[in-house]
Ligand binder design. Sequence first.
Ligand SMILES: NC(=O)C1=CN([C@@H]2O[C@H](COP(=O)(O)OP(=O)(O)OC[C@H]3O[C@@H](n4cnc5c(N)ncnc54)[C@H](OP(=O)(O)O)[C@@H]3O)[C@@H](O)[C@H]2O)C=CC1
Ligand SMILES: Nc1nc2c(c(=O)[nH]1)N=C([C@H](O)[C@@H](O)CO)CN2
Length: 235
Amino acid sequence: MTAPILITGAGQRIGLAFAQACLAKGQPVIATYRTYRPAVDALQKAGADCIYADFATDAGINAFIATLTKKTDCLRAIVHNASDWMPESDDTDPTDVMNAMLHVHVMAPYRINLACRGLLENGNTPTDIIHMTDYVVEKGSAKHIAYAASKAALTNLTLSFSRLLAPRVKVNSVAPSLIMFNKNDDVAYREKTLKKSLMGIEPGVDVAVQTLLFVLDNPYITGRTLSLDGGRHLM
Ligand SMILES: NC(=O)C1=CN([C@@H]2O[C@H](COP(=O)(O)OP(=O)(O)OC[C@H]3O[C@@H](n4cnc5c(N)ncnc54)[C@H](OP(=O)(O)O)[C@@H]3O)[C@@H](O)[C@H]2O)C=CC1
Ligand SMILES: Nc1nc2c(c(=O)[nH]1)N=C([C@H](O)[C@@H](O)CO)CN2
């Protein structure tokens, strides 16, 4: 029996695309979602095991871990994709922003990785943990301070967990810059953002799917960050 891949935040965009790509290859998937959408139903119909999960609180993380560990005793990989791109704003308490960012981007991956060590080691190794981070870890962000800091902490989890779990589990980060705009991004923002990379394009989710599949298929890369940013670092 092929061990499933756990993909968090798989209800839309990159997470959904990767879940669909895995299912199309006959790879079993456990997908988490927080907001119900028809895409979740479609994933379930395509064979994914979809679990509701809200990682904003310790109770939500505990509940997810309890549900997951009843569902399977092995995992091929965990892709920590769930993320909230939350900016600082005048009407949000900065304490709430930082707590929300640290919970979804740090506490959830930290707790789930520790809880799932046995599941990842209980099968054909090496298995994988992949943290979806962000180019912004390298430069910081004036408008998403807590978000960037939490993604930097997630990047450091990659180093620690790769030390802890080698050689049976590989642990890597994928650090995208622009992959896919959000529907509310206006023309001015889109034009400004496209100019930030050498490639100057909105590549779409397939480049993220390709990168994730490459990391899973490579038996020697661990403790590394794969940058997926169109050469933004050279602008
Ligand atoms: N898209 C891009 O251009 C870039 C993406 N990245 C990173 O790549 C990854 C995928 O990006 P993208 O597809 O745009 O991600 P999204 O912004 O679409 O977020 C993915 C999912 O995360 C879920 N999520 C958010 N907060 C929580 C929470 N508290 N608990 C549980 N789930 C939660 C959402 O679930 P739901 O919708 O079900 O509520 C959402 O569908 C992310 O980690 C992102 O930071 C980095 C740089 C650029
Ligand atoms: N969870 C998310 N994180 C990020 C997103 C997103 O849509 N969801 N988008 C970005 C931007 O594309 C940025 O990289 C360029 O403007 C960053 N993180």
